[in-house]
Ligand binder design. Structure first.
Ligand code: CA
Length: 495
């Protein structure tokens, strides 16, 4: 697979290359933010983050440049993380009430912020009444909602006299997604939240719905998508297909709006890999955008750098010692097509690796006393880049870099949505890309040299006369006629 991608990268060096996004998906692009409610912000002093805490920070998120939030599971659950649901129709009492959730929806929508819920349909909690009934009574109407075997086999655990499918852990019994009653219940659950005003869903573990059966997984995803869109045509759905670009492209055939682009994430992801190149970073950036469009140009792409299951991106890129790359990887991510997702706390360079709870610790707003309680099982809680409050004062902070990149993207929709043209540049450490959307064009220019350079703009159909925005690490850009001067690692957008 890697060889094939590299070959494709090499083939794409004859430029310029035009690629277009499918019109039907472009309107959906946005800047999204993933929130672990428990660790985000505590509104009532019990040191457990809650829904009112999220509502209290909506202005912060809007200012950051965010247009949508993904809430990790908010339903009642015996676990701290919530990925084993015991009631799909209610709110975890530690997080608040249904009224609090409805208020969050109202306040988010008033700010133009969409809200999607994390939906775990692969399995329930073993504490869910459906499973309790199914396990305790072989004649239960819920027995066939799960998968049973008389024999012990891989991925099954003992429950009563038989074994039940539970691929992740024994406390997460897999649902029988072939059972029409289960599908009807899933439809009811989606209808309940969509009619309340939820804007869509993040779908957990989509490659595990049917173990080792991509065909059936795609069929089920297609059914989920059609069912949700029949209830609310403008709802947005994104699936977790933790796999290669090739497999992700295959899963798009299901018809679901989008899938997270894992090949963009962490130190092995494209933005970080571009930064490890010695001499041709600019050329590589253009090639990566082209490559993604070759695979996924008909679809809504969803690049991201890390999430609640992975190491934090700031850890992956070396913490404070790698501060330049911590910023620049996100700057590059924000030049990709589609919707970017930011994991809460990445905008202040939060770190975390190893045990999952380390990746899900409290957001550092101002003082240590105001950080939410460390999730059970965490053995590290360090904040090498400091609090949000301290970073807001510092124009060179990770926070101000993220904010500039997200706002540049929000203010110039052509970046996420526009037809892309990559220009061949004499200096391969420079990248110049034009994006055209709704008849309007912007020119993206990136300087990967370690000093400022004057960049002669390519002669194009359009003359660019104005600096629309920039994201900088060490200085600022200036435009003089057809020469743009950019500092080291500077990103500018012209119009
Ligand atoms: Ca609380």
């Amino acid at each position: 697979m890697k060889k094939r991608l590299m070959a494709l990268l090499l083939c794409l060096m004859l430029l310029p290359i035009h690629t277009a996004l499918a019109d039907s998906k472009t309107e959906m692009t946005d800047n999204w933010y993933e929130i672990f409610v428990r660790s985000f912000y505590d509104s009532d002093g019990d040191r457990v983050g809650d829904l009112n805490g999220v509502t209290a920070k909506l202005d912060y998120l809007q200012d950051l440049g965010i247009g949508g939030i993904w809430l990790m599971p908010v339903h009642p659950s015996p676990s701290y993380h919530g990925y084993d649901v015991s009631d799909y129709y209610d709110i975890n009492p530690e997080y608040g009430t249904l009224a609090d959730f409805q208020n969050l929806l109202t306040e988010a929508h008033a700010r133009g912020i969409r809200v999607i819920l994390d939906m775990v349909f692969n399995h329930t909690s073993n504490q869910h009444p459906w499973f309790q009934s199914a396990r305790n009574d072989e004649n239960s109407p819920y027995r066939s909602w799960y998968n049973w075997s008389a024999d012990q086999k891989a991925g099954y655990n003992k429950g009563g006299t038989q074994y039940y499918e539970s691929r992740f852990v024994a406390s997460m019994p897999d649902l029988n997604l072939d059972n029409p009653e289960v599908r009807q219940e899933i439809e009811n659950i989606m209808r309940y939240w969509l009619e309340m005003g939820v804007d869509g869903f993040r779908l957990d573990a989509v490659t595990s719905f049917y173990t080792n059966n991509a065909t059936k997984n795609k069929e089920f995803l297609g059914w989920l998508s059609q069912t949700a869109k029949a209830i609310r045509p403008d709802c947005y759905m994104v699936g977790e297909c933790w796999d290669s670009l090739y497999t992700i492209a295959d899963y798009y055939q299901s018809g679901l709006d989008s899938f997270f682009l894992f090949p963009m994430s962490l130190q092995g992801g494209y933005p970080a890999k571009i930064l490890t190149e010695a001499e041709k970073k600019g050329m590589s950036l253009g090639n990566v955008v082209t490559l993604m469009d070759e695979y996924l140009g008909d679809y809504l792409q969803v690049p991201f750098l890390c999430n609640h299951d992975t190491d934090r991106i700031a850890t992956a890129l070396g913490g404070t010692a790698g501060a330049t790359n911590v910023k620049m990887a996100f700057g590059l991510l924000c030049l990709m097509h589609g919707s970017v997702f930011v994991y809460y706390g990445d905008e202040i360079g939060m770190v975390g690796s190893g045990a999952d709870p380390n990746k899900r610790i409290g957001f550092f707003w101002d003082t240590r006393m105001n950080i939410t309680r460390v999730p059970e099982g965490a053995n590290a809680a360090d904040y090498p880049f400091g609090s949000l409050e301290s970073q807001q004062e510092n124009p060179l902070s990770v926070y101000n870099y993220y904010k500039a990149a997200l706002n540049l993207r929000r203010d110039n929709p052509a970046i996420a949505r526009g037809e892309n043209t990559v220009y061949a540049m004499e200096d391969p450490q420079i990248c110049v890309m034009e994006r055209t959307y709704n008849g309007d064009s912007v020119l993206i220019v990136v300087n990967f040299n370690i000093d400022d350079v004057g960049i002669p703009l390519p002669a194009t159909a359009k003359t660019y006369t104005e600096l629309a925005g920039e994201v900088e690490i060490w200085g600022s850009a200036s435009l003089d006629g057809s020469v743009l001067t950019l500092p080291a690692y500077g990103i500018a957008v012209l119009k």
